[in-house]
Design a protein around this ligand. Structure first.
Ligand SMILES: Cc1cc2nc3c(=O)[nH]c(=O)nc-3n(C[C@H](O)[C@H](O)[C@H](O)COP(=O)(O)O)c2cc1C
Length: 249
């Protein structure tokens, strides 16, 4: 599986369609969906970052997913929230569109962490597990985006906890610690999507050899040459894995 990873302010339905020739899944957003995370996003914009800040974030998600209902790529939505209710609301919209809700336990900007979302959720696994369980109860496919290299966070233990709470996908930004993907894949039944620096066959295969079920591309997700290269690498890996005759058969 090849996914496109969220780039705030950029990853909308148009971006997803542009990558549909090569990718299977596109995570729109991140979208800040409650008052506290929206205030944090406003502060990020004030210091020059791109953010989605629609008037009504839930309606925005619904419009974006509707725009992709007939697209040849599955949609996901990466959400930031300091509170549970908007997670449930977005998950219900995702379930209705057969889209994936991705809970953002990844963004590390101070403004987001200060209000208790993004990477901060990795230190509050009870609340993160509650988000996952509530989202899962709506019938939506649930992904959680996590990050390696967060001091004091035991990522495999977190992944197990998320698995128990009902997560279907653990999306791991490995940072510069690629082998952490193997540690997570070893302990979870959820699909593992590996991220960071995936640009070509070598970088994709490294993660797949660690046991990832798929990889995602963030910064060059608008570069068809990179996406084509990575998509071919993933296809070749799958054929090789299943013993089918392909380029490496
Ligand atoms: C400008 C920018 C905005 C991003 N916004 C988000 C976001 O909103 N949510 C999220 O989970 N990750 C976000 N990310 C992280 C990317 O999805 C990805 O994890 C990271 O860039 C590493 O993957 P890459 O090496 O393929 O770019 C952002 C990254 C960048 C550079």
């Amino acid at each position: 599986m090849l996914a496109l990873a969220s780039l705030s302010g950029e990853s909308d339905a148009e971006w997803a369609r542009a990558g549909a020739a090569h990718a299977d899944l596109a995570f729109l957003g991140g979208v800040a969906v409650d008052d506290a995370s929206r205030e944090a996003a406003r502060q990020l914009v004030a210091r020059g970052r791109e953010e989605f800040l629609p008037e009504d974030p839930i309606a925005f998600v619904d419009r974006q997913l509707t725009a992709l209902d007939d697209a040849p790529i599955r949609a996901g939505v990466n959400v930031r929230s300091a509170t549970l209710d908007p997670i449930r609301a977005v998950a219900a919209r995702c379930a209705a569109h057969d889209a994936v809700i991705e809970i953002n336990a990844h963004c590390r900007q101070d403004e987001l962490c200060a209000v208790g979302c993004g990477e901060r959720l990795l230190r509050d696994t009870d609340r993160l597990a509650d988000y996952v369980a509530a989202a899962s109860e709506t019938g939506a496919t649930v992904s959680v985006k996590v990050r390696a290299e967060v001091a004091g966070v035991d990522l495999p233990a977190t992944a197990r906890r998320l698995d128990d709470a009902g997560a279907d996908i653990v999306h791991v930004d490995a940072m510069d610690s690629e082998p952490r993907v193997a540690d997570v894949a070893a302990v979870t039944d959820a699909a593992v999507l590996a991220n960071n620096g995936v640009r070509d066959r070598a970088t994709a295969w490294e993660y797949l050899a660690y046991g990832a079920d798929g990889v995602s591309v963030g910064r060059p997700s608008d570069d068809p040459a990179v996406l084509q290269r990575v998509a071919r690498a993933v296809d070749d890996w799958t054929r090789r894995d299943t013993g089918e005759r392909g380029a490496f058969g």
